[in-house]
Design a protein. Structure first.
Ligand SMILES: Nc1ncnc2c1ncn2[C@@H]1O[C@H](COP(=O)(O)OP(=O)(O)OP(=O)(O)O)[C@@H](O)[C@H]1O
Ligand SMILES: [Zn+2]
Length: 507
């Protein structure tokens, strides 16, 4: 009896509890309905994400245990998630340029698990690359940059498919290569390649994530994406070649391309994973000296654009070197401004030094470069920029120096004195192959040098004109019958290091 009573009591209690739960469930259902209604009105996106959760059963099953662990910190981001990861894994990115921008871009794309990563570069690793091109290593100097990047990235994430292209991207191969990728990164350093990449990306319908870095400044934008402009919409005409500077000329702090290249990877990851870019029709300007980031709105796509406009006239890739008037590489270009009689070779200058011939050595490099290294002879430094600003002042300074020489040169500068002792001491194993020594018959009074032998030629030409004008006006009496012979050293300090002194630093 007792047991029957207790059983009845127990079931009554259970019923009571069940009723209570039912009421709670009803309440919760109502709450849910209300919430869903308002959520639907106010936040359509939220529903999209919920739908996506239902649809993402398949992707979840395709992420391996290893993948889940490797990418866990980005998988738990609601904006990215498994769907983003799966999209990224089926995205291919082509990086053109395996230098200062290409290295950080590649490392983050590889780390994030991009599906396929192509890396194009025609060049090999140099020692002067390593301060910023952080995927190359000291023991890889001389090997292909694209291969070097691939090797480093492979060690970081072997699950990515890598394709190194050790070649120069050109009008002949660009369409073929670019068409195999979803997104293209411009990590190059010359205008001709920028136009080539732009046109090829417009023609192939690919977004172009464009970065640049020089000195302490960097820029980033995304062309040809989400209805935004292409490079030509904004810059229909290339800049005059002489106004363009690259890192080899202007210098760069390594972290600046590091930041911009990383942001290029970020935008590619956002596009690839479906988040979308923030930089269509917008440009990021980074100033490392001020420590500021600014974002400016760009002009919209131009209907008149010759490549992406309503009636494009450029429908095939053209000759970009001709279009830009500048090479598609930053390899040293030897200009020929002066004729043969106004130039001597590095070896000839070496003979001049060892024979102790009096002359003025004029170094036209910027002051900051004079601290790096100098030829072993006292010199006068007048930066090339001074010639272009005030050639008369430059000429006067040089003529004064020649006067000093006539009356015997004395230096107060120990570094110069040390250099002056070169004639006596510097007969160590330098390359002294015989040269034709034509300079002996009419020795130069002024020898001009610069880093690579281009600025020096312009400086000589300006100086020749100015001094000749003074001689004609009777304002200068130097040089006797033959006038003042002014020459430059062909190939500059680089030629000196190559042909005379292999211990001389190259920068
Ligand atoms: N058309 C092209 N095809 C392939 N690679 C290119 C092309 N144009 C430029 N590059 C590459 O883009 C990279 C740009 O790198 P970066 O600007 O850091 O300069 P760099 O040439 O390596 O160094 P530096 O200018 O200091 O000598 C270079 O490695 C260069 O070889
Ligand atoms: Zn355009």
């Amino acid at each position: 009896m007792e047991s029957t009573d207790s059983a009845t009591l127990f079931s009554a209690e259970l019923k009571k509890q069940l009723d209570k739960k039912d009421q709670e469930i009803e309440k919760l259902k109502k709450l849910l309905e209300q919430y869903q209604e308002s959520a639907c009105d106010q936040n359509f996106l939220r529903h999209e994400r919920e739908d996506f959760h239902l649809a993402s059963v398949d992707p979840v099953s395709r992420l391996s245990k290893n993948d889940i662990e490797r990418y866990s910190r980005q998988l738990i981001l609601p904006e990215f998630g498994v769907k983003g990861q799966m999209k990224l894994q089926s995205t291919s990115v082509l990086i053109v340029g395996a230098g200062g921008l290409g290295c950080p871009a590649a490392v983050y794309l590889a780390a994030a698990g991009i599906g396929r990563l192509g890396v194009v570069d025609y060049d090999e690793v140099e020692l002067s690359n390593l301060h910023r091109q952080i995927l190359h290593t000291s023991d890889r100097v001389g090997i292909s940059k694209s291969l070097s990047i691939v090797r480093s990235c492979q060690r970081l994430n072997s699950r990515v498919e890598y394709v190194p292209y050790h070649l120069q991207l050109s009008s002949d191969n660009a369409m073929d290569i670019i068409s195999r990728y979803d997104i293209v990164l411009d990590a190059t350093d010359n205008v001709a390649t920028r136009y080539l990449l732009n046109d090829a990306c417009v023609m192939a319908g690919k977004p172009l994530v464009s970065g640049s870095a020089l000195r302490f400044e960097g820029q980033l934008t995304v062309y040809n994406c989400s209805g935004g402009p292409c490079y030509r919409c904004l810059f229909p005409q290339p800049p005059p070649p002489e106004t363009v500077t690259n890192c080899a000329e202007g210098g760069v702090i390594g972290v600046v391309p590091g930041i911009i290249g990383s942001m290029q990877a970020l935008e590619a990851i956002k596009i690839g994973s479906g988040i979308g870019t923030s930089y269509s029709q917008r440009m990021l300007l980074f100033d490392a000296l001020d420590g500021t980031f600014r974002c400016v709105k760009l002009r919209p796509r131009s209907q008149a654009c010759v490549v992406c406009g309503e009636q494009p006239t450029v429908t095939q890739l053209i000759d970009y070197v001709q279009f830009c008037g500048a090479a598609a590489t930053d390899k040293e270009q030897e200009l020929k401004v002066l004729d043969k009689s106004s130039r001597i070779s590095a070896k000839e200058y070496h003979s001049m030094l060892t024979s102790g011939l009096d002359h003025v050595l004029l170094d036209v490099r910027p002051e900051v470069e004079m601290d790096i290294c100098q030829l072993p002879h006292p010199n006068i430094n007048i930066p090339y920029a001074t010639f272009t600003k005030d050639v008369q002042r430059a000429a006067s300074q040089i003529l004064d120096k020649m006067e000093d020489l006539k009356h015997g040169y004395h230096s107060n500068n120990p570094q110069e004195d040390q250099a002056y002792r070169y004639q006596q001491q510097h007969k160590r194993g330098l390359n002294t192959e015989p040269s034709d020594e034509a300079w002996l018959t009419n020795p130069p009074a002024i020898v001009c040098v610069c880093r690579r032998g281009n600025d020096s030629q312009f400086a000589v030409r300006m100086l020749q004109k100015e001094i000749q004008a003074r001689l004609t006006r009777g304002e200068a009496d130097h040089g006797g019958d033959q006038g003042i012979k002014i020459v430059d050293i062909r190939g500059g300090l680089h030629a000196w290091a190559r042909h005379v002194d292999d211990q001389f630093p190259v920068y």
